[in-house]
Ligand binder design. Structure first.
Ligand code: C5P
Length: 193
């Protein structure tokens, strides 16, 4: 049985950094599922068709990291048919040996409810805005508004809203260095192995 690590949380919480570090530490595959929604939003046209026909080229676009791509992603992510079109790919990825780390919004609740370990990574709004502003070279106040709008849309949507699974371990990274956050995540996974 492959080992599945499910990581969810709001934007700029540190979940991507932690997911990459866990995959490297344990020798597992890593899927940033946000990229699937970003690529779907960036493709244009009918979003359901876009999700159904995503290919490697769509996922490699260089403009997917922008704040605009994040907003477009969170809009198409409210469409149940878009989410349904992306389920199989994510579940198949999760069965890769010897294990997989998936990070997103609904991994522990919908995509991999039987994951061996579920982490819900979060941080205060101010800390997340400051991190994203530094990363994108943008204004922190503008980033705060952007993140809050996206989090609201992700948390309030009817299908697969952002929320911790009942059995998720919450990891608040507000006052942690990256190294500390990674060390805590590794310790949680070790406990589940
Ligand atoms: O994680 P990232 O910021 O790249 O995600 C972009 C958007 O994609 C999120 O704001 C969310 O609306 C959507 N998403 C989702 N479910 C996931 C991953 C991302 O709805 N598993």
């Amino acid at each position: 049985m492959p080992f599945i690590i499910a990581i969810d949380g709001p934007a700029a919480s540190g979940k991507g950094t932690i997911a990459r570090a866990l995959a490297a530490h344990f020798g597992f595959h890593h899927l940033d599922t946000g990229l699937l929604y970003r690529a779907t939003g960036a493709k244009g046209g009918d979003p359901v068709l876009a999700a159904q026909t995503l290919d490697a080229g769509d996922l490699a676009r260089s403009d997917l990291r922008s704040a605009q791509a994040g907003q477009a992603a969170s809009r198409v992510a409210t469409i149940p048919e878009v989410r349904a079109a992306l389920v199989d790919f994510q579940r198949r990825f999760a069965t890769r040996e010897p294990g997989a780390v998936l990070d997103g919004r609904d991994i522990g609740t919908v995509i991999c409810p039987d994951a061996a370990i579920k982490l819900y990574v979060t941080a205060s709004d101010q800390v997340r805005a400051a991190r994203r502003a530094a990363e994108l070279g943008a204004d922190p106040a503008q980033m705060l508004a952007e993140l809050q709008e996206r989090d609201r849309r992700d948390s309030e949507r009817a299908t697969a809203p952002l929320k911790p699974a009942d059995d998720a371990v919450v990891l608040d990274t507000s006052d942690l260095t990256i190294a500390e956050a990674i060390a805590r995540a590794i310790a949680q996974v070790d406990r589940a192995r």
